[in-house]
Ligand binder design. Sequence first.
Ligand SMILES: Nc1ncnc2c1ncn2[C@@H]1O[C@H](COP(=O)(O)OP(=O)(O)O)[C@@H](O)[C@H]1O
Ligand SMILES: [Mg+2]
Length: 327
Amino acid sequence: MLDPLLSVRDLKLSFQTERGELRLFQGLNLDVGKGEVLGVVGESGSGKSTLAYSIIRLLPPNARFEGGSVVLGGKDLTKLSEKQMRDVRGRDITMVFQDPTTALNPVFRVKDQMLKVIKANIGVEGAEARVLAMGMLRNVELPDAAAIMGSFPYELSGGMQQRVMIAMALTSNPQLLIADEPTSAVDATIQVQILKLLDRLRREKGFSVLLITHSIAVAKEVSDRIAVMYAGDIVEEGEAEKVVDSSKHPYTQGLVKCIPAPRARHESRRDLATVPGEVPDLTDPPPGCRFHPRCPYVMDVCRKTKPGYWKAGDSHALCYLYEGGKA
Ligand SMILES: Nc1ncnc2c1ncn2[C@@H]1O[C@H](COP(=O)(O)OP(=O)(O)O)[C@@H](O)[C@H]1O
Ligand SMILES: [Mg+2]
């Protein structure tokens, strides 16, 4: 990775729950390079969305930030006032969610929602804002922009709604777009189209993308690098093809095994297999390596002490298997 745009350092975060404290991040590090797509991959419950919300500081009331920094373009976001943070959120970092209904209000026409976002984020109104909105809709390959502007969200297909959300997220020319499972709600063909669209836009405009997905196959298609998350830890990180084609961490290897064969991929929208075992209860996490109860290569030490990172060039893996240059 060249120049980092975003650097998360030593992030510690927990949730207060009825069953006690859930210590999710215990010193998480992550970089997103300028203009790159970083795919963050992991099963449901691994902490992907919480990572996104930690970056933009939109955490639920029972979350406790316990330390660390989130530096964007030299500025530590954890140190900003709520008001400064609101500006960062609309302008520098924007987010696209899985479910269009959380971002698009069903009772307002697309036009009204786009103009409102444009006014709030960049202070542009009237004819100028309309021109900008129409231009963005064409940019996300919705050619009949005037008709889309006049529509209610329910009059559009799921794929079109996602394009509208991407258009809205890009009106302020952000440095970083966070897309949390942006395509899970649409079918496979549309998924690929939308991810290709995002890829084209970031090449043209130069923003970076943090792409959150549970599918390592999807991540490989559109990411430059992949970070694999398990139970709040980044267990492996590196160049996308390397992470998938020569995975180091046994969890990554498990995810890769679940990728359906090319033919099957079009026959089913669901992943065909899952990694054996379950994500642990994080209010009472396993000691040592959090993955050890599911690991086919578990050793004694894994049950006792958490491993450190094995590093090779730009890749790393949180695993004892590679200590001392083995494997
Ligand atoms: N508000 C909350 N209160 C308590 N636990 C939470 C809260 N939000 C998330 N968690 C827990 O944090 C972990 C990570 O959740 P999440 O970030 O949503 O994972 P993902 O997006 O990868 O599915 C899960 O164990 C989840 O139950
Ligand atoms: Mg999530």
